[in-house]
Write a protein that binds this ligand. Structure first.
Ligand SMILES: [Zn+2]
Length: 258
């Protein structure tokens, strides 16, 4: 019992230090992610060779490198163990972006009018990369599995009910096709991804203050029908306040590389 408690205590979210419990094996989730990711790309129009596509790749690489630098400094490199980063732009009117465990990042072209420029793109990509590194999808998947199948091992559930397991996975990682089926990240997870994302973007050389403008533009975009991204990442005054509160901390990382 003590040994188990000791193992659980090893899971601490970077930047915030929150303890994580009841986590599924990240290696199994990464394997599921790779399958979903490949299928998604096959069924999507991947944009390559354009300025936008090049920008997504270059911003993504900078943020991933910054995140890895942060993790290394804090002895948490195991968080990205086995990650092979990939950054893709897909042609879609949907306003969305995500990062899967294993480092597979997808940006939908529909979000580009809201990110507006390179710094805005850095806000979204660092936020999504933060969700993956914080293992928020893992927490959501583990809760969903508990509710659905009473704490059965993921590998066993995959053998017994592969299609249900995939539905749970896609919901937990924000990949669901219909917006209604997506689970919103919790407020706690959103705040965590915001804080981590601000640190990562600052370390990558982007002014974290840009996050305020991005979330304000996102808030405006939510009048009318709710984009997929907003249904999983609710944007409101409280979020923007929280970001402003954390900015002085994030800016320390920005200055440190100037
Ligand atoms: Zn989020």
């Amino acid at each position: 019992m003590i040994l188990i408690a000791g193992l659980y205590a090893c899971y601490r979210v970077p930047v915030t230090g929150r303890k994580q419990l009841n986590m599924l094996p990240e290696s199994e989730l990464s394997a599921m992610a790779l399958t979903s990711y490949k299928q998604f790309l096959q069924n999507s129009k991947v944009v390559s060779g354009t300025n936008d596509a090049r920008q997504i790749s270059s911003v993504g690489k900078k943020i991933a490198a910054a995140a890895q630098r942060y993790l290394k400094l804090h002895n948490q490199s195991n968080r990205v163990h086995g990650y092979t980063w990939e950054f893709n732009l897909v042609q879609s009117k949907d306003i969305n972006a995500w990062c899967m465990p294993g480092g597979k990042v997808v940006v939908y072209s529909g979000i580009l009018p809201i990110t507006k420029d390179e710094a805005g793109l850095a806000v979204v990509m660092s936020h999504e990369i933060a969700h993956a590194i914080a293992r928020h999808g893992n927490e959501r998947m583990s809760q969903a599995l508990l509710a659905e199948a009473g704490g059965i091992a993921l590998s066993l559930y995959l053998q017994q009910k592969p299609s249900q397991a995939n539905v749970l996975f896609e919901q937990a990682y924000g990949l669901g096709i219909s917006v209604g089926a997506l689970l919103p990240f919790s407020r706690l997870q959103e705040t965590e991804a915001d804080k981590m994302g601000l640190v990562f973007m600052a370390m990558a050389g982007y002014d974290p203050t840009e996050a305020v403008g991005f979330w304000q533009r996102m808030q405006k975009a939510s009048s009318g029908n709710v984009p997929a991204f907003l249904s999983t990442h609710p944007s409101d005054e409280k979020r923007i306040e929280n970001i402003k509160e954390f900015l002085p901390t994030a800016k320390k990382y920005f200055k440190s590389i100037k």
